[in-house]
Design a protein. Structure first.
Length: 506
């Protein structure tokens, strides 16, 4: 990166390859492209459309600055993702930082996973001439000799903190001791496999990428009902689809349990005053400063999940308590529901027993959106219902209203149930709609994931998961004396949806 240049100014490097997101669609002969999360609609010039068509076929991004700018726009909206190649030569060296307190057995297991075949001292990343340095940060363990012994056996160095400061402080201690361009943070309950960096490091060929996270998966298949639920629906598992990471995206955050960071981007590191949610805050601050954060599910990191009910429920509650702090640090980023006001009005009318009024609201919103989209698709308003603008509007507004049942139900069970429950008791006509909304998300999740757990126990586990998180959210709100994490964000008009009319390279 050039001196004085922000990562937000970086164009996609020439030679980069892109792949479309599964939800990306082209219309109007390729001159209109839609996709990403939230959905965006872009208009391209004929030359831009030809470039995009070539990229979808595997052509590299050319040196043309306008083409590189267009490629960046596609990546930033989530319409496209990098097509990374495993193991390119010359990748930067990596230091692995493992914060730990007392968990000797877990640390030994983690370090054994870092050892290269036939040796010790860490996994060999692609293009590196030697194994990376592994730094174990002893965060005030009661038995520091045990930590030193386990680390020495694996060829790792130890930095001892005199007192326990929490994961953020321990990671910062390791970050300060690292001297390589990249730092990989691993929690001690992670179990890396050989080649765990192969899918992550190539992302740093893009100079605007500040961090990349793998998918967190269970290290071992569980046998209890809670272990099977965690294996299918852990809060650390961000799913199977690649994504840019930022609030409002398909993957709004990534956990710090396994995260590779560009040291130049890390700045002062993690917020040491935060004992939970510090990883979410760190990732969001990276994004706010212009760095891109990527989620790469092709790279998997094994993790020893909590599967004892009391410990598991308590951890969910802990996560919830961070919502108030995160909302103060990132206003508007931690809300239970983000929805169109048209969608919310339609659902409210239906819940009150006026489905016809809800249909009128949805139809009106669809027509107004189609009129806006006609400016992007280049069609004359009004056009027949089969036009591109109407098809896009129907999918976004009408289809979005139906799909909103899922996030609305999750908002009730994860945040609003202390209010929704007494309302359901007091208002008989709302009992069935509220019950249906609460049960819809876990049942739909079960259908999507098909976990090795029957629907009844999966629903119970999901509702317990939500109840624990919700208890933490309300506790955090009481401690910080705020209601902001309890409030939805409703918009009558999404200024980003179709406001971008992009000419593309000429």
């Amino acid at each position: 990166m050039c001196a004085g240049q922000s990562p937000g100014d970086e164009l996609v490097p020439a030679g980069f390859r892109l792949q479309p997101d599964p939800g990306a669609r082209t219309l109007a002969g390729g001159t209109v492209i839609t996709g990403g999360y939230p959905v965006r609609v872009l208009r391209l010039s004929p030359a831009g459309a030809r470039h995009v068509a070539g990229w979808w076929e595997g052509a590299p991004v050319p040196a043309n600055p306008k083409a590189r700018t267009l490629a960046r726009r596609l990546l930033d909206t989530g319409i496209a993702h990098p097509l990374v190649e495993r193991g390119p030569a010359g990748m930067p060296e990596v230091t692995v930082v493992i914060p730990v307190r007392d968990r000797h057995a877990e640390l030994a297991r983690c370090l054994s996973g870092l050892a290269p075949p036939g040796g010790t001292g860490g996994a060999v990343p692609p293009g590196a001439g030697r194994a990376p340095r592994v730094i174990v940060v002893d965060d005030g363990s009661r038995d520091p000799a045990a930590i030193r012994s386990v680390s020495a056996a694996a060829g790792a160095s130890v930095v001892r903190r005199p007192f326990n400061g929490g994961p953020a402080a321990a990671r910062n201690t390791g970050l300060a001791a690292a001297r390589t361009p990249l730092v990989a943070f691993l929690d001690s309950d992670c179990v890396p496999e050989p080649g765990w960096l192969d899918e992550l490091l190539p992302h740093f060929a893009d100079p605007a990428v500040g961090a990349v996270a793998p998918r967190i998966v269970p290290h071992e298949a569980g046998h209890t009902w809670l272990a099977r639920y965690e294996g299918a629906s852990s809060s650390l598992d961000m799913g199977h689809r690649a994504s840019i990471v930022r609030p409002g995206s398909r993957v709004p955050y990534v956990p710090g349990a396994a995260l590779v960071v560009r040291r130049q981007a890390a700045g002062a590191g993690f917020a040491e005053e935060m004992l939970v949610g510090e990883d979410v805050d760190f990732v969001w601050r990276l994004g706010a400063s212009g760095w891109r954060v990527r989620y790469e599910p092709a790279a998997a990191m094994g993790h020893q999940h909590r599967v004892r009910l009391r410990e598991w429920f308590g951890r969910r509650k802990d996560y919830g308590t961070s919502a108030a702090t995160l909302e103060f640090r990132h206003p508007g980023a931690v809300r239970p529901l983000y929805a169109s006001a048209w969608t919310a009005s339609a659902w409210l009318a239906a819940a009150l027993g006026y489905p016809g009024a809800g249909a009128v609201v949805t139809g009106t919103g669809t027509a107004l959106l189609a009129r806006r989209l006609a400016h992007v698709t280049g069609e004359t308003w009004p056009r027949p219902a089969g036009s591109a603008a109407w098809r896009l509007a129907a999918r976004q507004a009408a289809g979005g209203t139906l799909a909103a049942a899922r996030p609305l139900g999750s908002a009730i069970s994860r945040t609003w149930w202390p209010v929704a429950l007494p309302v359901a008791i007091a208002v008989r006509r709302l009992r069935l709609p509220l019950a249906a909304l609460v049960l819809a998300p876990p049942l739909l999740d079960w259908l999507d994931r098909r976990p090795p757990l029957d629907p009844a126990r999966y629903v119970v586990a999901r509702l317990l998961d939500d109840a624990g998180y919700s208890a933490g959210v309300w506790q955090g709100c009481a401690q910080r004396r705020t209601v902001r994490p309890l409030l939805p964000v409703l918009r009558w008009r999404d200024r980003h949806l179709c406001a971008v009319i992009y000419a593309g390279p000429g």
